[in-house]
Design a protein around this ligand. Structure first.
Ligand code: GLU
Length: 282
């Protein structure tokens, strides 16, 4: 029995690529007699908006993709993330980082490729200065080298694709939490996947670089290992990526044009795309 999830960030309107991901996750869960879950990844307070959350519900209803209740909303999960962070701190694998905002914002806002954005390690060797921590905003980072010493390099299972091994270069000292947000993407993602019993993580291939660090966190926290399905991305016919500012393929626009959402989701689940779009790898 598969438990899958769709985990959009309410920072813009959903587009055809999101519908493709959700349709696959929903179909996989249904055909196994399992459960399809919805999670709102609204940890970025500056970019998440209530109207986009409403849009997600409307779009999924229009597509006929029923999700199990309750919906998990990340902004309401502070205590769970704090407990996971404490667990990692107790292992001596976390340090306070006082570096500039920009890389921290990037890690919160755009999971894509964040695992590969190399942090130079500036704050790794600072003494654990309680006074400075109290006075100055800071984030918490994972000491990846120490973490890997403990667990070894993690592997992951790709549905239908066998087992993948990670390499040392796949790991950065990822941000786990920041003062103005209870957790960053990787930590919240693994804590929530485990809390909701997710067995199959369906998401775009652009998020594959996040998988090694997420597997590492699962090992450190003693969380179960899901299987992954990183699917090709929906692009325009010419290979151009769908962008959030790109109005044409938003689901809201398609709904307004009178497109049959339920039919669309069924087609997408079998890999059939509307004309003008195709699947491709990033
Ligand atoms: N919230 C992420 C996004 O919208 C997806 C995270 C995931 O599926 O792991 O890109």
């Amino acid at each position: 029995m598969i438990v899958s999830r769709f985990a959009p960030s309410p920072t813009g309107s959903l587009h055809l690529g999101h519908a493709y991901s959700a349709a696959i996750g929903h179909a996989r869960a249904q055909s196994s007699g399992g459960v399809f879950r919805l999670r709102i990844e609204d940890l970025d307070p500056t970019r998440s908006r209530a109207e986009f959350v409403e849009g997600i519900y409307e779009d999924l209803r229009w597509l006929g993709l029923h999700w199990a209740e309750p919906v998990l909303v990340q902004s309401q999960r502070t205590a769970a993330y704090a407990a996971a962070l404490e667990q990692l701190r107790a292992l001596g694998l976390v340090y306070a980082c006082f570096c500039t905002r920009s890389d921290i914002t990037a890690a919160l806002a755009a999971p894509h490729g964040a695992a590969n954005a190399q942090y130079p390690g500036t704050c790794r060797q600072l003494p654990d200065d309680l006074e400075r921590r109290a006075a100055q905003p800071h984030s918490w980072r994972l000491d990846a080298a120490r973490a890997i010493e403990r667990t070894g390099l993690p592997s992951w299972r790709e549905e239908g694709g066998g087992t993948f091994e990670s390499g040392r270069d796949d790991f950065d000292d990822a941000i786990l939490a920041r003062k103005d947000a209870p957790a960053a993407y990787h930590l919240a993602c693994v804590v929530d996947d485990a809390a909701t019993g997710v067995t199959l993580v369906v998401r775009g291939a652009d998020l594959r670089p996040s998988t090694p660090i997420q597997r590492l966190l699962q090992l450190l926290l003693g969380l179960p290992e899901p299987t992954y399905l990183h699917h090709e991305l929906v692009t325009h016919e010419n290979g151009r990526r769908l962008a959030k500012r790109d109005q044409a393929p938003t689901l809201a626009a398609m709904r307004e044009r009178g497109v049959d959402g339920v039919g669309l989701a069924k087609d997408l689940a079998t890999g059939l795309l509307p004309s003008g779009f195709r699947l491709g790898n990033p």
